[in-house]
Design a protein. Structure first.
Length: 275
């Protein structure tokens, strides 16, 4: 977020590693965890919604084909925007608060919840849902590629329940899925961050998505749409490796114990095996 929205005329950070160093030096190690309250509140519901919608949509479509995997993932990505957008708005505002300050002189928001409450009091529901369209445009195809890639990777690697290397294979598949999903729509993530950060300093720069795209490209060129990509991909692999592997293994063991006989684990590839 810091890299995506920084002023090109007066950049604070030269890159991912310099940004990391600067935050620790200027704001202490706690600066790296600004805005953590928002994901902590929302990610549980988002992941439950995503995997639940994807699994049920795939069953409704009938056949487990690559196209249906993509469509089911896209449906899940679209629906979870309702939670994702306000969560990321609060996260973005909290992460930008007190940039470069060891001790905040002026603290606009006490925490993520306070941030959302104050935005609502000032701007109403429209303020809470700032960046909703750009989030929808980003998340819908992104989650389609997310589940499609996982489907293809687990098939290719031959993930079987009795395989002694099934966990590393699932972790690798999940990590690659996360990277592909971010690469597929990353430029829109830059636009979303800029729209949600717009007005933090009291000045509004963009009137909408197209205006943000036009002004960003005019001022900084095409490279603006790759700002922060390195740090995003470094985060994407371990996070999504852990997410997919955890969900898959949990459902695999639950099914093995016949606790969920009617439940077919959405992220697991349907192969003629116990998995």
């Amino acid at each position: 977020v810091r890299l995506q929205v920084q002023n090109v005329e007066k950049p604070l950070y030269r890159g991912t590693f310099h940004c990391f160093q600067s935050i620790i030096k200027q704001e202490s190690a706690f600066g790296l965890y600004k805005g953590i309250g928002s994901p902590m509140m929302g990610l549980t519901f988002i992941n439950a919604l995503v995997f639940g919608v994807q699994g049920n949509t795939l069953r409704a479509l009938g056949k487990d084909t690559p196209l249906n995997q993509f469509l089911a993932g896209s449906a899940a990505g679209a629906i979870q925007c309702v939670i994702c957008c306000p969560m990321e708005l609060a996260k973005t505002r909290m992460q930008l608060q007190g940039t470069g300050e060891y001790k905040l002189k002026t603290k606009n928001y006490k925490n993520s919840l306070d941030c959302l409450i104050k935005i609502y009091q000032k701007e109403g529901l429209r303020g809470i849902n700032r960046g909703m369209v750009s989030t929808f445009i980003r998340e819908t195809p992104s989650f389609g590629f997310y589940f499609l890639t996982y489907d293809c990777m687990t098939r290719y690697l031959g993930c079987e329940a009795e395989d002694s290397y099934v966990i590393p294979k699932l972790l690798f598949s999940g990590g690659v899925s996360g990277i592909v999903s971010w690469l597929s729509t990353y430029p829109m993530d830059v636009i979303k961050s800029r729209l949600q950060a717009d007005g933090v300093g009291g000045v509004t720069q963009y009137s909408g998505i197209l205006d943000c795209v036009r002004k960003s490209y005019h001022e900084e060129g095409w490279r603006v749409f790759t700002r922060g990509l390195t740090s995003t991909l470094l985060r994407a692999f371990p996070v999504n490796a852990a997410t997919f592997a955890t969900v898959t293994v949990f459902l695999m063991y639950m099914k093995a114990e016949d606790n969920l006989p009617e439940c077919e684990p959405a992220p697991v590839i349907r192969q003629p095996s116990s998995l």
